[in-house]
Design a protein around this ligand. Structure first.
Ligand code: GLN
Length: 446
């Protein structure tokens, strides 16, 4: 049924970079056999999933939506995907994204744009735009995305689906092609929070192959209860002021009222320090990216330029031809902030800012069980309107990136539509390892 739906809508939506129809059907047959034998018992057995194309899948090309990895076929599978496979998942294909997860619209992909299934003239958000569009358009039952600065929550909000960015360290990053390693986290994208909690329970694991993986509690589904009595919710005043569109503000405040009616206690508080989150994030993420992307040099992986004179010329031509404009901009910015003479002024200062932002959240979570925020200042913008002004695009990440800087869990759930019928998402932010609280609150709307 999902393959039929892909047949119907994929030409318009373009969620996928690679669709593995034969592989999926073969695998579905194998899983059916295991279910018949009784050798496999899992809520995800046989359920078709789409994987963002920055997670390595053995034998299936993994492009990061970049030309430089056009023909890269990994020899191993990322840990999160392996966990799904063990549970009997059927992988339908690899989803489109912003090149190397750098962007907010899925327009920086080398393989063309993905369109928002709710309105094809609009973007699906990014960078996990393909994963969110695939779920929204019924081209898979659920998907995996990655979130470095909002890339699960923002496109989930734009596409009217539910997405969770877990606490840093919850899902192994082994086999996730790194963007900003200290910020990257894999998470589930699905039609509702029940599905997301079930998937998160399956993909989360302690993994010695990822030095930042944490051993923790892996139960999330027991939080699926309709009860908000006594829960304290903090509303950051700064998040609901200038720059937030009226439609988004209204729908979120309506949703907060629902939580209040269910017994939550709601209070406004000051989180003004988060105004420094954008500069800190774009310095740290780009610094890490400039180092992480140094490995794409035409020797070890993927694309190599055809004609060159000597090694340095080969590097230069390979990278000039293989990377897109946004990726090059970030490599240059990242190299600049790490260079001697600027390291203290930019990179170290950004790290200090990150520590202060974490402290501000610690203070808030001493009082509140969770924080409610928008996922994005507006609904999905029209195609072609964002890339010409990168600064404006960076600024639109205001509500999501501080969560990554502090390593916190965040969820985006659909709470309404704007006047044009485009979905609006509400973000619930929890303290580290407190996914269950935000899952419980999200369940109110199911
Ligand atoms: N939009 C942000 C960026 O471009 C976040 C991307 C992400 O979370 N991968 O860096």
């Amino acid at each position: 049924a999902y393959l039929d739906q892909i047949e119907k809508v994929e030409n318009d939506v373009h969620s996928y970079v690679t669709i593995d129809k034969e592989g999926a059907l073969k695998r579905a047959g194998e899983v059916q056999k295991m279910l018949d034998d009784g050798t496999l018992l899992s809520p995800l057995a046989g359920v078709p999933v789409a994987i963002k194309d920055n997670m390595c899948t053995k034998g299936t090309r993994t492009t990061c939506s970049s030309k430089i990895l056009e023909n890269f076929v990994p020899t191993f599978t990322s840990e999160a995907v392996l966990n799904l496979e063990k549970a009997g998942a059927v992988i339908i294909g690899k989803t489109n994204m912003d090149e190397f997860a750098m962007g907010s619209t899925t327009e920086t992909s080398y393989y063309g744009v993905t369109r928002n299934p709710w309105n094809l003239e609009h973007v699906p958000g990014g960078s996990s735009g393909g994963s969110c569009a695939a779920v929204a358009a019924g081209e898979c039952a659920y998907a995996l995305g990655s979130d470095t600065g909002g890339s699960i929550r923002q496109p989930s909000s734009f596409c009217g689906v539910t997405g969770i960015k877990p606490t840093y360290g919850t899902v192994s990053r082994y086999g996730l092609i790194a963007y900003g390693s200290s910020l990257d986290q894999i998470g589930p994208i699905a039609k509702d929070v029940t599905d997301c909690a079930t998937i998160l329970e399956t993909i989360a694991s302690h993994d010695v192959k990822d030095s930042t993986s944490v051993e923790r509690e892996y139960d999330f589904t027991s939080a699926l209860a309709d009860d908000m009595k006594g829960m304290k919710i903090g509303i950051p005043r700064d998040y609901f002021g200038d720059g937030l569109s009226a439609d988004v503000k209204e729908q979120i405040l309506n949703a907060v009222k629902v939580l209040e009616e269910k017994g939550a206690v709601v209070e406004e508080f000051d989180l003004s320090l988060v105004k420094y989150a954008i500069p800190a994030y774009y310095i740290i993420a780009d610094a890490e990216a400039s180092s992480n992307l140094a490995r794409f040099d035409g020797v070890k992986y993927g694309y190599r330029t055809e004609e060159y004179e000597g090694l340095h010329n080969m590097y230069k031509k390979t990278r000039s031809e293989g990377f897109g404009a946004e990726v090059k901009r970030r490599i240059m910015l990242g190299s600049f902030v790490l260079s001697s003479g600027y390291y203290d002024a930019y990179y170290l200062k950004a790290l200090r800012t990150k520590a202060l932002i974490k402290q501000a959240f610690d203070k808030a979570f001493a009082k509140y069980d969770m924080i409610v925020a928008p996922a994005a200042p507006t609904t999905a913008p029209e195609l072609g309107k964002s890339l010409s002004d990168p600064m404006k695009m960076y600024l639109s990440d205001i509500y999501t990136i501080s969560v990554n800087l502090a390593g916190l869990p965040g969820i985006s759930i659909p709470v309404g539509k704007d006047s044009k019928g485009l979905p609006i998402g509400m973000q619930l932010i929890g303290d580290c390892f407190q996914e269950k609280k935000i899952i419980q609150a999200a369940y109110t709307f199911e």
